[in-house]
Design a protein around this ligand. Structure first.
Ligand code: ADP
Length: 630
């Protein structure tokens, strides 16, 4: 203020009225005072060292909106007054200076400012409290959301949702209704009337016109007794919010809060909460339903697996156990310990089992025998399941093995016992024409006897062979060149083939690896298969032998254009004494040849299989481990 006498007069008058006064003669000084003292009122002269006082006051107000600012105008000018009021100044005083009037104006402005300050503080407190409440509500919602999404038990979820709905809205009651499975009735599933700590679970049919309206309309309602729809609610209901619960695009139920004793309508904010909670409920209902359905399926599968005769282990792609039935547990003595998620090699420590599983995995042949030290024998079957892992089925074949051994022993004994009398019969038959001349008819009879005895001797020899191979007595091992065996056998059988006008072709050109094994047995394999090929092929047909090496195997393929083997017979064709249903009547056979072939191939670590079509022909494939070249 540049009018110094007036200024000092004012200063004195203000100090006399118990005000602390600080004078600022420049803008910088004013700034300093504002920062240091936080004054309760500012009196600005209209011009201050060439600075526009009104502008200065406006700037100060921008920074301290609640500071009362009074303008000391140069003259009593209504234009200045208007400008000052518009800029938010509290008052304007102007010459002629009446100090009392100025002091009063200042006192008045200060009092109003104090009232204003109180109001602002109260407002800030109120807003802060309301914000805190919102934050706590939000936190509750987030907490609840986490709880709900973490829980798969439907009853817990429903009870939590209703309890939270009541707590968050301050309602007297809360309830949750679901449409039943047939979509016809409304069932009350959870209700809270404030009398207990949590909402109680229910399962009662309920009639509720308003809830049905919400289900049909798919929109929430927020009624109070005096709003038009409110009349549809119960007489003792003052206000209510019903929000639809949507699952998979359909209304599955209604979540509601009710005020009875509280004569208070619900706010739009409450409505929003209930809608959010209804969404939480929806997600959880869906999750819980899916979980229940999955659990049911799992229980069914469990029941089925518990009752099957075989052991079953389901493993995932990392070989961790997903399911194991009691038979499998018993087989490996695993008791009742929880094995779900445990790697199979840790759960089952049996060394040979783990070795078998490893070798089965890389092997196209999925059946393996597993023998335990205590004499039990299991058949392991490993079936990979795309995207899941694999099923290991374990069948206890101990008793079958025992029967098979008994049968083999029996056959072996019989064959053995038959051999001597057969040799004697043959010897005497051969002696017959030496002891005296035979007539033609006698010669024919002797021939018949000789043929029959030869057949039986062949059969007995085959049976003895099979017994020896199966018992593993056949340990003789040599380096064998299979091409040579094939060539010799083909040469030997050429005559038989020519008699039936059958051509035999061999494709063995590429350099082929040797195999390690018993040359006599391997010759038996090739011989049996080629004899069959000629035997079961009609006149003019073709027999072909192909050989090739693949990785570390040798593959021999013997094909013919013969009668073929019907599909149902193919599964049994390697069994002892089995003959196909279409084996031609005139073609003699015992059904032992292929059983011998299979035993020999397997005792050499190989596999045999076939492809055949009736009337078109048959191909036998033999896979043998190749000997690595030196
Ligand atoms: P066998 O020939 O003595 O009857 P095998 O064990 O050698 O006994 O063969 C079993 C059965 O398989 C035969 O009876 C025949 O029905 C069928 N079979 C074998 N080889 C062939 C083939 N190449 N073509 C058609 N059927 C065959």
């Amino acid at each position: 203020m540049e009018d110094l006498p007036t200024l000092h007069l004012l200063e004195r008058a203000l100090r006399g009225s118990n005000f602390d006064v600080a004078l600022a003669s420049s803008k910088d000084r004013l700034d300093a005072i504002l920062m240091e003292t936080s004054p309760s009122l500012l009196l600005v002269s209209q011009t201050l060292q060439g600075v526009d006082g009104l502008k200065l006051a406006t700037e100060v107000l921008d920074r301290f909106p609640t500071l009362p600012v009074v303008l000391f105008a140069d003259r009593d000018d209504p234009v200045i007054y208007k400008k000052a009021m518009r800029a938010g100044l509290r008052d304007v005083v102007a010459p002629p200076v009446q100090v009392d009037q100025i002091v009063n104006s200042i006192k008045e402005s200060k009092k109003r400012a104090e009232l204003m300050g109180d109001w602002v503080r109260r407002e800030v407190r109120r807003t802060t409290a309301s914000l805190e409440k919102r934050v706590s509500e939000m936190e509750s919602l987030v907490r609840l959301g986490k709880n709900i999404h973490g829980s798969l038990a439907l009853d817990d979820v429903l009870s939590n949702v209703v309890t939270s709905a009541v707590q968050l809205t301050g309602a007297n009651e809360g309830l949750l209704m679901l449409v039943d499975e047939l979509g016809q009735n409304l069932v009350l599933r959870a209700i809270w009337d404030g009398s207990s700590e949590k909402a109680r679970i229910a399962s009662e049919s309920i009639k509720d016109e308003l809830a049905l309206e919400v289900i049909m309309g798919g929109k929430p309602v927020n009624y109070s007794a005096d709003s038009p729809g409110g009349r549809k609610a119960n007489a003792d209901t003052f206000a209510l919010i019903y929000a639809p619960i949507f699952t998979r695009g359909q209304v599955a139920g209604v979540l509601g809060v009710i005020n009875k004793q509280n004569k208070r309508p619900f706010t739009p904010h409450n409505e929003l909460f209930i809608a959010v909670l209804a969404d939480y409920a929806a997600i959880s209902i869906r999750n819980a339903q899916l979980f229940e359905a999955t659990e049911k399926e799992r229980a069914k599968l469990d029941a089925a697996l518990t009752n099957v005769q075989d052991g079953v282990i389901l493993i995932d792609q990392e070989s961790r156990i997903m399911l194991i039935n009691p038979v499998a547990r018993r087989a490996f003595g695993l008791g009742m310990k929880n094995l779900i998620g445990v790697p199979i090699s840790e759960a089952i420590t049996d060394h040979s089992f783990n070795e078998q599983i490893e070798s089965i995995r890389g092997n196209p042949l999925k059946h393996h025998e597993l023998s335990f030290e205590d004499g039990r024998v299991f058949n392991l079957q490993y079936t990979p399941i795309n995207g899941v892992g694999a099923v290991i089925a374990i069948e206890d074949i101990t008793h079958l093995k025992m029967l098979d051994r008994l049968k083999s022993d029996f056959i072996h004994t019989i064959s053995h016992d038959l051999r001597s009398p057969l040799t004697a019969i043959m010897g005497y038959v051969e002696l017959l024409d030496r002891v005296g001349p035979l007539n033609d008819q006698q010669k024919t009879f002797v021939n018949h006897v000789q043929n029959s005895v030869n057949n039986i001797t062949g059969l007995v020899n085959d049976l003895l062979d099979l017994g020896r191979i199966e018992a593993g007595y056949d340990q003789h091992q040599d380096l064998v060149t299979l091409q040579t065996i094939v060539h010799h056998t083909v040469d030997n059988l050429q005559q038989q083939a020519i008699e039936k006008s059958i051509t035999i072709t061999c494709n063995l050109t590429e350099p082929l690896p040797n195999v390690r094994g018993n040359p006599i047995r391997l010759r038996q394999v090739v011989d049996n298969l080629l004899v069959n090929a000629i035997k079961y092929t009609t006149e003019g047909g073709q027999v072909t032998v192909d050989m090739k090496s693949e990785e570390d195997h040798l593959i021999i393929k013997i094909s013919d254009t013969g009668v073929g083997i019907p599909l149902p017979d193919q599964a049994h064709i390697f069994e002892k004494f089995y003959r196909a249903s279409n084996a031609p009547r005139g073609v003699q056979g015992t059904g032992l040849g292929l059983a011998i072939v299979k035993s020999i191939v397997e005792s050499h670590g190989g596999r045999i299989w076939l492809e055949s079509a009736v009337g078109q022909g048959t191909t036998f494939f033999i896979l043998l481990p190749a000997e690595k070249p030196e």
